[in-house]
Write a protein that binds this ligand. Sequence first.
Ligand code: ASP
Ligand code: MG
Length: 652
Amino acid sequence: MQVLKFGGSSVANATRISRVLDIVEQKAREDRVIVICSAISGCTDQLIAMGQVEGERRESLLAPLKQQHYDIVTRLFTGVERNAVKAELDILFEELLTVPGDECQTYGELISTRIIARKLACEGLSTLWIDSRSVVIKDNEARTYSKIGSAVGSHREVRVFVAPGFIAGDGYGHVTNLGRGGSDYSAALFAAAVKADSLEIWTDVPGIMTANPKDVPSARTIPAMSYASALCMAQHGAKVLYAPTVLPAMEAGIGIRIRNTFDLRSNGTFISDLPSPELCEWVGVSSLSVGDDERIFLVADGPMDRVSANARAMSALRNAGVSALCMGEGSGFVYFDVRRAIARQALSAIHREFFEVPRLTKLDVYIAGRGAVGNALYELISTGIARESGKELNIAGFSSDHGFADTVIAHAARHSVFVDCTDSEDIYKKYIPLLEAGIDIVSSNRRSLAVPFVEYSAMRQAAMRNGCFLRYGTTVGTSLPMLQTISRSKASSDRIISIEAVVSCTLNYILSSGRPFNAALRQAQEIGLTEKDPSHDLGGRDALRKLLILSREAGVPLEAEDVEIEPVNPDSVYESNQRFVASLDEDSSSPLGYKASIRLKTVPENHPAYWLQGTDNAIIIRSVFHPSPLVIQGAGEGAQQAAASILNDILK
Ligand code: ASP
Ligand code: MG
């Protein structure tokens, strides 16, 4: 059995009712159905007004409503049938003149469903109209279920049941209703009562959306959501679904599909018992009036960090020139009160921040570090090359100052980019505050990433939580796509068996020079290849940083202490087929699952690193997908290469 509910706008006139009939007939070919309908749109409001007056005044309010329904009947029926339906409606119109005021509003659904049931019967379907006033008992689901169960169960021959939404009995012989918008709830009660296979709510919007499209035109349909999220959205102002609907469906384990009568091809929103995600996902924004103000809700699924959600939302509002009067939170949402007059602006600002890809054409870039790389980047950006990627990069700051990061945190707009071209040991401490201020980070400073694993992962999490990026593709192999390749294989569930990274430019240069070690070292220093203190290169510290970054990219939480290092001694004699190799090897006996080392290795002629020349770098990755290894090799050094790689990270 399937339950289909059609809202007021889906039955607003004869044309729309015809669409509804098509949908019902098609479904009825596959399965038995229960059709629940609202009153035609606007009708309930008019009936409520009628209920407030009596006698002739009521009669004069009834006239236009009568005409509207007659028009529908005239278009849908001919001949004898037309007269029969009109006669049936006339009885209802007659009653409307004398019923107690608060019962008037229950007639809209009586009238609309009479018309629809009649028409379906005329189409040859075996149809039965069910009086919801006697089977839906308000505030008593158990009785409701048993009454609906027997009303439906005793009519095996019927293909289509039609019942009015919204209206109910109070259990003591009086007529009542389920509250404005209550037809959705009626449908859920019918579905739960008969343990329906599906519950479809047909409406005039594409489904539950990330915002009300009337307020935020860029709102998107949410294809699938959990009962809890749907309930939260519905309780906090999303008008597309009447909140009490969710519970009966959830208890009966029936999925709710919200569909658009005007777009049969789209699948709308499917609400079911989706598990809560491990990481926070933003569901949507909605709003409700509170006194003269509007309360904006930002709804989340999964573990939400309220502090950062608030900070992000507040800054989005501030940037849109909207000031929040107050903010607060509840289970699964945070909210902000704003003046009614600027509610739309506020909704759009929050929606843009949490649900729209920032389509900034103009991007402020702050470059920290005025060394060779910083300067090369400055030059490169100044050429305007980024415009070809649709971005206008504006260098908003360029400094080697210690306090530069703090200035950026205090002044930069969200989604500005902070570029760390320094070789500072402690600038990474500013990364989390930068990310929390909504600033994206690109780093060529491998010291910032080769920090203890907890600090590294705290930075990555801060980026994720704040909707920002932290990219550092330049830190290993400069512009060679080494990190990229490893993160791609991780993301596609490939398993790394070993990594051999020949990534020390200084040592590659010295070892491939064919000259005495010390002489070659001096030359490397002269051409600016070594770290300021060359013992970082020879002692393997630079290679260690790169190995840490590579391994972590592969998902291995490697720490410096895990790596066995054999430093190079400049006074020894080395063979020309030796290479300084940082390696990570799968090793089930180690608690990490891998062992890591940095040492000189003698490489045979068939080894990819054998022919490595000058400052070139190579990485040799063996994985389940690449048993014969994946090799990336090429120029691993140079300020221009670094600048190019940083620019790519900025534009990615
Ligand atoms: N007709 C009622 C209303 O306008 C119930 C409904 O449409 O769900 O509130
Ligand atoms: Mg509705």
